[in-house]
Write a protein that binds this ligand. Structure first.
Ligand SMILES: [Zn+2]
Length: 493
């Protein structure tokens, strides 16, 4: 038996000006991809292990993943898609793909649908199993060109491998017992806020994912996935949906409809109402007064790089400085010009910089003025560190060169590339100890929490006008299916 497995992952924020080229994916090809798959805690890793159990001949043309950012450049998509399609010139018995579900390319709004259509055209009678991310914006084209789609049930995502295994269980029944699964997709017209998809918290998403798990126990139901969707994508299908895989089309349709009805009933619980930044600043001040020496963690979730943020929006830092906060640690702020100037000046030199608010996005509010700051170049670094925390432990990370500006109120980490503050190493590599701050301002929504939340006196979510804002009124949607909840009061279903 010959099995093709591959991974191509991207969550596209169509409003993000952060470019996504081939290098963004750090693609592994062929033998290198095979080595990546072996032991990887991903759906691809589960596919690999399944192939070993089946004693199959394994073909791994590609393993590629990029941080969320703007639409994937056409050349990058074509090269990666071609590697998969070309590998099918030699016939396979099975195809297993680890995809995201919210990839947009410059040319195709539905990146995964386009890829799957090409794969199906190259191997019309070969079963295709697909693992997707909970944040996928699903389309009928994806279902029409696959046999079985299963997505993650957790956010933060800790069941990537388990999702891959789930796909292989269904596929295995197809191969060995002639199962012919049917799939149905139901899509209520609503956007859900990413901050309302945390499956570690009690709430609507957790209840509804549990309903999906319970439905999977029913006779003839093989998989039920609640897709929260990725709301900052201007596509006709953006939003919440449910995909069921079952013995018959009727059963798959009925289960998807039942779960989607429950989501629609509880739609107001998927709304995240941002408080004004001024309120968050006052909350942070009050939290600091009773903090007992621990820092107040302020999350600039409107500009986080794991959703396509430019990491150069200055709203939150500016407000904290104006409020008179002292002993702030903030970052990473992406501003390659400033890093270059500070590197040229050298450690210990006094400098005036014009920081951030430089990268403009189409169809979005324009940046405010850059922040003019005076201070000392306190540290310089190559921006490389090894992760010591729980997410991607042991991985070597690069954030471009880094520089630290010390002002009277703050230590500010500035980097050449957008980078998620998910580890102490982000700051330690530039000589900053963030745990000694009074106010720690991170450009993050979710990924920093395992490391920085436990020792924080309080966690304050701060709204900024960055391209990962939870205020969907800021985005000029043009293609999004309308009416849609919560943007349109008259949205009905
Ligand atoms: Zn996700």
């Amino acid at each position: 038996m010959r099995i093709l497995i591959a991974r191509l992952n991207h969550e596209t924020n169509t409003f993000s000006p952060v470019k996504t080229d081939l290098a963004s994916f750090k693609p592994h090809w062929d033998e290198d991809a095979r080595q990546f798959a072996n032991g990887s805690n991903t759906a691809l890793g589960a596919f690999f292990d399944y192939c070993i159990r089946k004693q199959a001949e394994l073909v791994v043309p590609l393993a590629a993943t990029a941080n969320p950012s703007g639409p994937v450049e056409d050349a990058a998509f074509e090269k990666m898609a071609k590697s998969i399609v070309d590998a099918l010139k030699q016939p396979c018995d099975l195809i297993l793909l680890d995809l995201h579900g919210a990839m947009v390319t410059q040319r195709y709004d539905d990146g995964e649908g386009e890829l799957l259509a090409r794969v199906r055209a190259a191997a019309p009678s070969t079963p295709i199993g697909v693992a997707l991310d909970l944040h996928g914006n699903i389309t009928q084209k994806m279902l029409d060109n696959s046999d079985c789609i299963v997505g993650f049930k957790t956010y933060p995502h800790i069941d990537m491998y388990a999702t891959g295994e789930h796909v292989t269980r269904i596929i295995d029944e197809m191969l060995d017992n002639g199962l012919q699964p049917a799939q149905a997709w139901v899509h209520p017209p609503m956007l859900a806020a990413t901050l309302k998809m945390n499956t570690n918290e009690a709430g609507a998403i957790t209840d509804i994912v549990n309903l999906a798990r319970a439905a999977e126990e029913r006779e003839g139901v093989y998989g039920v996935t609640v897709f929260g969707g990725f709301p900052i994508a201007d596509l006709s299908e953006t939003g919440v949906s449910v995909v069921s895989v079952a013995k018959t089309q009727e059963l798959a349709q009925a289960v998807s409809q039942e779960i989607a009805d429950e989501i629609w009933k509880r739609r107001s619980e998927f709304l995240y109402l941002e408080e004004p930044l001024s309120t968050s600043i006052e909350k942070a001040r009050s939290a600091h007064e009773i903090s007992d020496g621990n820092y107040v963690l302020m999350l600039d979730h409107g500009d986080n790089c794991m959703s396509g943020g430019t990491c150069d929006n200055m709203d939150v830092l500016n407000a904290a400085l104006k409020a008179g906060f002292k002993n702030i640690v903030a970052g990473p702020i992406c501003d390659p010009d400033v890093v270059r100037k500070m590197t040229e000046a050298g450690v210990g030199q006094r400098i005036t910089i014009t920081l951030g608010n430089k990268v403009a996005a189409d169809d979005f509010v324009q940046p405010k003025q850059s922040l003019v700051l005076e201070g000392l170049v306190d540290g310089l670094s190559d921006g490389d560190y090894v992760v010591s925390g729980p997410i991607y432990t042991g991985q070597l990370c690069h954030m471009g060169r880094a520089a630290v500006l010390r002002t009277e109120q703050a230590l500010i980490l500035i980097t050449e590339q957008p980078h998620e503050p998910w580890d102490l190493g982000v700051f330690n590599c530039a000589g900053i100890d963030p745990l000694k701050s009074d106010y720690l301002i991170l450009k993050s929504r979710m990924y920093c929490r395992p490391v920085f939340e436990p020792s924080a006196a309080a966690v304050i979510e701060c709204a900024s006008s960055g391209v990962t804002s939870s205020n969907y009124e800021l985005f000029s949607f043009k293609k999004l299916g309308r009416p849609i909840y919560p943007l349109d009061d008259h949205a009905v279903w």
